[in-house]
Write a protein that binds this ligand. Structure first.
Ligand code: IPD
Ligand code: CA
Ligand code: CA
Length: 277
């Protein structure tokens, strides 16, 4: 499928922005004022009325503005439309729910568009800092309407990285603990932000130099991948192979430290923690 024309991408970028700002207003409204915090199955995987209402706000805008043959995959309601057109919207109404419930101020609305599985457009809105990250293929990447670029750091020893730990970390040896130790040792530091969309947005604007994580869903990363790439960064699988957004695993960097990070990830063996009583 050819890339949608620029005029369509620009229009859908504006619709996604309207949707992200509407959901952001919901998140601002409920901040510090939640009445329901439920677990979705796995321990620690939370959902609140803010997640649900923010998703409704996104859907209301997209249903008004995007063609009926676009697929929509939204975290809280699942696949709500099928994707005959090859275009699929991936929506996380609140990325960083755990942070949100603790009023730890790192969370975002993330709205991305996949064309035949490739991220081509993204909007990430952080309603606490009021940071709006946007990009669409060939149209550039911006933060609050100003162009952004990835950092120029080319040495791992001078880099600041970020990662995260999936909700299944206690059930799998593929828990990312060994990777976290190694990169902490080799860099100026590794942050654990707690919101994949913000992690990617911060790589895009150069606040961070690289990000890796596993156990992610398409709604966590589609928007962020589009934004990092348009800001000049590189996003692949851990091994440097083309990204598969359905694999849940990605390495996103400023490009300069990509190969070194990929090689390092390839050498690490899992760290299984003994049970503590
Ligand atoms: C989570 C966040 C977190 C990542 C998890 C995601 P949620 O999304 O992005 O940083 O480590 O894997 O599931 O549940 O807050 O939308
Ligand atoms: Ca998420
Ligand atoms: Ca979420």
């Amino acid at each position: 499928m050819p890339l949608p024309p620029e005029s369509d991408l620009q229009r859908w970028l504006d619709s996604a922005t309207e949707a992200a700002l509407a959901a952001g207003a919901v998140l601002q409204h409920h901040w510090g004022n939640l009445t329901t915090i439920d677990e979705k199955g796995r321990s620690g995987d939370l959902v609140t009325e803010a997640d649900r209402e923010a998703e409704n706000a996104v859907m209301a805008v997209l249903e008004r503005h995007v063609p009926a043959n676009h697929g929509i995959l939204a975290e809280e309601s699942g696949a709500v439309r099928d994707q005959a057109s090859g275009l699929l919207w991936a929506i996380d109404p609140l990325d960083g729910t755990t942070n949100y419930t603790h009023q730890y101020p790192f969370c975002a609305v993330s709205i991305g568009l996949l064309a035949e599985g490739e991220p081509v457009l993204g909007v990430i809105y952080d309603p606490i800092h009021r940071d709006l990250f946007r990009a669409a293929k060939s149209l550039g990447a911006t933060l609050n309407r100003r162009p952004i670029q990835v950092s120029t750091t080319d040495q791992l020893a001078q880099s600041l990285l970020v990662t995260g730990f999936a909700y299944d970390r206690r059930e799998t040896p593929d828990n990312n603990y060994a990777e976290f130790c190694h990169f902490t040792h080799l860099t100026q530091g590794v942050r654990r932000g707690g919101a994949a969309a913000i992690d990617l947005a911060y790589v895009a604007c150069g606040r961070l130099d690289g990000y890796w994580e596993r156990g992610l869903s398409p709604w966590d990363i589609t928007a962020g991948v589009a934004i990092v790439r348009e800001a000049g960064g590189q996003v692949t699988g851990y091994d440097g192979a083309p990204l598969d957004v359905m694999s849940g695993r990605l390495l996103a960097t400023n490009g300069h430290i990509h190969q070194t990070m990929s090689q390092t990830l390839g050498k690490i063996t899992p760290l299984v923690l003994p049970a503590l009583t």
